[in-house]
Design a protein around this ligand. Structure first.
Ligand code: FAD
Length: 466
């Protein structure tokens, strides 16, 4: 199967395209460089051309034409993913969904939206329409698209209340187009959603999304400081378990993270302060203050509704989730990170075990989330990178201690997940992408069902470094 890129490009020349080589390069990249392992492997990857379809009919035409000419298609939202998800490993066509940004319908408790809508704009639209907000969003909400979140994200701001993105009820419906000789338009709900959500666009293009909404609040951003990390972690957990206090975010940053990496916060903390970042609903502030006053170790150092800080630190969620890593990387390019799940009921115990094992080599950054209704932690610890071998060893040691790792130093779905095939995604890919042209190289079980997961997968079809 040899792609005929020139023929596909010619046939699609009436559709909006980016011709500038610098634009093609930038639209072939995402935040893969967070990982030193991915940076070394993916830096050269580039599409042959970029199309910006304006309608579902144009999406179908792109898929049909590329299918006819055996050209790979990698779909792109805003390119803020961290694992090379939106990078065209085999070249070919990048389909940028920027023109699919319409908020179509807003109803009590739900919204219907096109995938290229920036989450911040979606949230603004639902607030203005009927005082509702997006329940869950990545910390990149100001730049990322809702389609990229559904296809590439996992949870974030709101997960303290609503759980992970793929938990039942957090996505209502998806409209998906297949890549076949005659592309089909399908609608998925309930059980079927797992076929394409968090599938990196490997088995269908999402063209419409129905998401749940919640009442909108003018969230109060808070920073609470502690001398002791275990006390801070316990506080964040207990607060999230106070069901009457409405939260959207609870993050824990081990000392000296806030002092070393959080500009505008630095002057208000010491090197030994562990910080808790929170978003609290205004009507919950009384309950929150009462709860916090009962903890002698807790010091409220910032609240966005009343403070004398000379410089606004910005939204507290832009300190959390993967923004913590971004802030640290700005100061120290040798820092990288892991994604750890500390599951209930051993979450607090496991975190302490990891801290005792690694000390300052692995600094704890925790995000409180609900899993099956139980409060636990997603960890995005900052790791002081020395070599690939040591990083792999740190991952193994976490697993040996009983932590679940979602490895951010891998570009495939399986390695970034549970190291096994997602049978539903694979089965749907067989049906929806028979030539394997959608975002190739991201689903190992499509390429090599017997892969042993004993080393990083090296996609054989990857473009060669020139
Ligand atoms: P892209 O990066 O463009 O795409 C992501 C994946 O979705 C790709 O595989 C792409 O091919 C696929 N895709 C995009 N559009 C479609 C479509 N229409 N149909 C099918 N497939 C499609 N992630 C979280 O989950 N939570 C966080 O809190 C979070 N915080 C982050 C913080 C920082 C600083 C950074 C750099 C990243 C963070 N991320 C987080 C990762 C990423 O920002 C989010 O997952 C974001 O929602 C991705 O959206 P995007 O538009 O940038 O998608």
């Amino acid at each position: 199967m040899t792609p005929d890129v020139a023929a596909a490009k010619q046939a699609l020349s009436h559709i909006e395209m980016d011709e500038n080589p610098a634009t093609i390069r930038s639209k072939s990249r995402d935040f893969f460089w967070y990982s030193p392992m991915l940076k070394a492997r993916l830096d050269h990857v580039q599409a042959d051309f970029v199309v910006n379809p304006k309608s579902e009919a144009e999406v179908i035409e792109v898929l049909k034409t590329c299918y006819a000419h055996d050209v790979p298609v990698t779909v792109r939202g805003a390119g803020t993913g961290n694992y090379g998800q939106a990078m065209p490993l085999a070249g070919g066509c990048v389909m940028h969904m920027k023109n699919f940004a319409q908020v179509k319908e807003i109803h009590p408790g739900r919204v219907i939206v096109e995938p290229g809508c920036i989450i911040k704009d979606l949230d603004a639209a639902t607030r203005a329409h009927s005082g509702q907000e997006v329940r869950m969003m990545p910390s990149t909400a100001n730049t990322a698209t809702i389609g990229g979140f559904v296809a590439g994200g996992s949870g974030g701001v709101g997960s303290v209340k609503w759980g992970a993105l793929r938990d039942l009820g957090n996505i209502i419906r998806l409209r998906v187009i297949t890549m076949e000789a005659e592309p089909r338009v399908l609608e998925f709900r309930g059980e079927e959603l797992a076929r394409v959500s968090h599938a990196y666009g490997t088995n269908g293009i999402i063209t419409e999304i129905e998401m749940p909404l919640a009442p909108a609040y003018d969230w109060v951003d808070m920073f609470v400081a502690f001398d002791s990390f275990p006390e801070a972690a316990q506080y964040a957990c207990d607060l999230a378990n106070e069901d009457g206090i409405v939260l959207k975010l609870a993050s824990v940053y081990e000392a000296p993270m806030a002092h070393s990496y959080f500009q505008r916060v630095k002057e208000h903390v010491t090197e030994t302060d562990t910080l808790v970042g929170l978003m609290v609903a205004p009507h919950s502030m009384d309950g929150f203050e009462t709860f916090t006053a009962r903890r002698p170790g807790a010091r409220i150092i910032f609240r966005s509704d009343a403070n004398d800080w000379p410089r606004d630190p910005g939204p507290v969620f832009e300190f959390g989730w993967n923004h913590t890593t971004l802030r640290a990387l700005k100061f120290d390019p040798k820092i990288t990170y892991l994604q750890v799940r500390y599951q209930f009921p051993k979450h607090l115990e496991l975190v302490e075990k990891v801290r005792a094992t690694f000390g300052a080599e692995v600094l704890q950054h925790l995000e409180v989330l609900r899993e099956g209704g139980k409060v636990c932690f997603a960890g995005l610890p900052l790791v002081s990178y020395t070599s690939d071998e040591r990083l792999e060893e740190i991952v193994r040691m976490h697993e040996d201690m009983g932590c679940m790792i979602f490895n951010p130093h891998r570009y495939t779905l399986e390695e970034g997940g549970r190291q096994s095939a997602d049978a539903r995604q694979l089965a749907f890919k067989r049906e929806a992408d028979p030539k394997g042209l959608l975002n190739p190289g991201k689903m190992i079980t499509w390429d090599d069902p017997d892969w042993a997961y004993d080393r990083i997968y090296d996609y054989p079809g990857m473009l060669q470094v020139e």
